[in-house]
Design a protein. Sequence first.
Length: 258
Amino acid sequence: MSAFQGLVKKDFAISKVWFFSWIILISLILCLPMALEIYLHSPLSFLPMVVVLVLLFHAVFLPCMLLSMLRLEGKTQLWLYNPQSSRSLLLSKLTVSLVYQVVAQIYLTAVGLVIYHFYKNEIHIESSDLFDGAVIANAGLLLFSLYVSCWALLYWTIFHSLNKFPAIKNWRWLVILLLFFVYNAISTFFGKIEPLKEFVHKWTIPVLAGVHTSYKQDGWEIRLNAMDIPVLGILLYALIAIVLFLISCWLLDRKVEV
């Protein structure tokens, strides 16, 4: 077994309780509205809102899983003594979190198909749209979670790097918030520059990402609409994520005390 495989195995061991707790929690959250609707004889009264909330919460599942492992690891101070590179240490946790995210999304997709079968007389959607929508939603959710996770890594390493400076130790959260607002202000500024905006949107791919829903007397009707996704925009976000990860590794190499 390689050293990296050993890291991955250890990270799976320390995070499995957190993962199964999450699966049980979302299962209970999804079962509750279904039970209420059966009891009150009001199909799809509560379920759509709950499904949307679960998807929103699940969008941050990967970064939350990652931060929970970093927090647990930090209590042992092994970062200071582990002979492996910070890239291996962080990549292991990112890999484990990604696997859990994929498994959880497969589970949610299976639950969604069961719900659709249970309410298929009240939900009107083309089978092709149902398949395309599931694939696109899962891919988008996974990519978004990975991107947010890279930002979570950066903020975590910056937060603990500032621990070395007593003058701002108690103001570290303010520094993180300042970085967040500064980055968003800069990205918003560049996003308003028309020549740059036109260049980014020069090459696009049509994706069925727009959702149109309407409620009729016999149930919900769901249609998917095509949206143009800029290829350069996706590549830009991927590049930003890689840079964030590398900066986090560099900060951790400086023996961050957590």
